[in-house]
Design a protein around this ligand. Structure first.
Ligand code: VGL
Ligand code: ZN
Length: 283
């Protein structure tokens, strides 16, 4: 009688250990929330330089610095708009590319107008910007007061808009989605499940990055007060569009509870399993 009980216990406990270990490990990989902060284009050009944004863009820096100094992100990625001087997005290069202007379309006479180019790679409607963020110039440097350290995670830098013939608002893909940057691979290799997007400009690089992150199945949060846009109208339009697509728009004071809330859920799940485990053994 005691013998059978002992055998049953041994089998049951080894099965119990197996299944509990399994659930713990799946909680440890598949279900674990891994948080990345994506710091988009906090560069001199957009703050005080060649394409300085109109609504006090420098004000995002202390907000982003505070996140970096107080929240234990698993990963921080800084993106850089990083154009060659012959870049397709510069108004000043319009004349050199006149053979690609689509016949019958309007020829811009100043920056902030859209041109339709037929090539050289693909047909594209290109917004023409002032020359900005030219590779290896001070204008393209990250702003000197931006914190570049983290509490816990790894740091990466992603450069985009490098191809003379493609613009790239998103830190994941160029605007035509012909090529991917390394960002998705970096996040995937580290099991990132959730991204928080901050920086410049809300209606261009932040929005395009957040929409791609959302499409790539990362839970995506835009920290609205840690971003500044080009125009109020397009900021409002892009925020509304992002919301419709499922991107969460939050305030910087909500980030902490989101991250520690997820950590708490994970902890209580593990605790619950541990209690069940002990209960199983003592009965
Ligand atoms: C950006 C315009 C042109 C941005 C980049 O970072 O939002 N905007 N290039
Ligand atoms: Zn650019």
């Amino acid at each position: 009688m005691y013998f059978i009980l002992a055998i049953t216990l041994v089998f049951a406990s080894s099965y119990g250990q197996y299944s509990v270990a399994n659930q713990l490990s799946s909680a440890g990989t598949a279900k674990r929330t891994v948080n990345a902060l994506l710091v988009i284009d906090v560069q001199n050009c957009f703050i005080s330089g060649s394409l300085a944004l109109p609504h006090s863009p420098a004000d995002v820096i202390p907000i982003i610095n505070n996140l970096l100094k107080t929240i234990p992100f698993d990963l921080v990625v800084y993106s850089h708009d990083w154009h060659p001087s012959n870049h397709i997005s510069f108004f000043n290069n319009l004349n050199d590319r006149r053979q690609y202007i689509k016949p019958g379309t309007k020829v811009p006479d100043q920056p902030y107008q859209v041109v339709t180019y037929t090539g050289p790679k693909v047909e594209t409607e290109q917004m023409l910007w002032p020359t900005h963020c030219v590779q290896n110039t001070g204008d393209a440097n990250l702003h000197a007061s931006l914190v570049q350290t983290t509490l816990k995670g790894e740091i990466f830098h992603v450069r985009k808009g490098i191809d003379p013939d493609l613009d790239s608002y998103s830190a994941f893909y160029d605007n035509q989605k012909l090529y991917k940057t390394e960002l998705d691979d970096i996040l995937r290799q580290r099991n990132v499940t959730r991204v928080f997007v901050v920086g410049l400009a809300t209606d261009y690089c932040v929005a395009y990055t957040a929409l791609d992150a959302n499409d790539l199945n990362y839970a995506t949060y835009v920290v609205e007060d840690a971003c500044r846009g080009v125009t109020n109208a397009s900021v409002q339009a892009q925020i509304a569009y992002m919301k419709r697509q499922g991107v969460k728009i939050i305030h910087s004071n909500e980030v902490r509870s989101l991250i520690s809330g997820a950590a708490l859920t994970q902890l209580s799940f593990s605790l619950m399993l541990a209690v069940l485990f002990v209960f199983y053994f003592t009965n």
